[in-house]
Ligand binder design. Sequence first.
Ligand code: MG
Length: 347
Amino acid sequence: MKLSFYPYTLELKHKFSISHNSRTTTPIVLTEIKHEGLTGCGEASLPPYLGEDQESVINFLSKVKLENYSNPIDVQDILNYTDNIEKGNNAAKASVDIALHDLVGKILNIPLHKYFGINFSDTLYSSITIGIDSGEKIIQKINEAAQFKILKVKIGSDDDKTIIENIRKVTDKPIIVDVNQGWNNEHKALEMIKWLEGKNVKLIEQPFHNDEIKKTAWLSERSPLPVFADESVWRFSDLEKVYGVFHGINIKLMKSTGLAEAFRMINKAKQFGMQVMLGCMTETSCAISAAAQLSPLADWADLDGAELIKNDLFSGMKIKDGKITLPNLPGTGAIKKSYCSAEQNIS
Ligand code: MG
């Protein structure tokens, strides 16, 4: 098996702002694993606040020697080896995990949801993310996202009520709010959540800084809406820490190191009685399609990453009438656009 990789820059359709950060591009690194004429494709998406960049990913991937493995089906051995090379580098590890699973799906000639034993007959609606912006811009984004049935709205600034009120002037669609650690007072937070409940808001994501466990537990106990962890939960080992503190978790492949661990996290969270959201960064349809393969297991899906970019290199998962759909193809279901003519249906 041979791993190759190259950097690329995603251009965003709109400037993307959350409570502590704003950007117009997202750096990524694309990976390929080749084996006996088949190619698995993967991706590391690198929003700057997550701590990895193209240089660190390329440096890490240079140490991954897949030539030592002759059989891609040894998925867990290969992923354990990759994980033990160095700590951290979660997105870099995810790019290997996604490419490897894509390759294995192609070898077995099955889509990855079948590989994981998941029935894909009924799929979820995905939310679309609306970043912090001026009232006018937010209305424009909502109009562009007409097919989506659920909005995920970034708040966590002084204008939280104004943002929601502006949205409510044009739509009554259910809203998920993502505070991105932007609040700091638990009493004000509780008051705000009670106000949001009256505005058809369905859940609150990451109200406080990721290490504010006590404050979050206080809020969750009193909150009329479910409180979800995002920045507080990255990998399987974080689950114990958030159990009893949050009602649910947002799992993203770039945090979890890929599909294998995300799958384990979903199952463990369910054992804990927690709800699961499957989320993403701004990513191409390569990583988004990979995540979509697990989506029937989740309670909520926020897989809009490819909708937010101008230069998607892949086709794959599509949102139709707000719902997640996947092509009937092996692996992740993603195909590099220049290879589209080689697209083949599987039996
Ligand atoms: Mg979030």
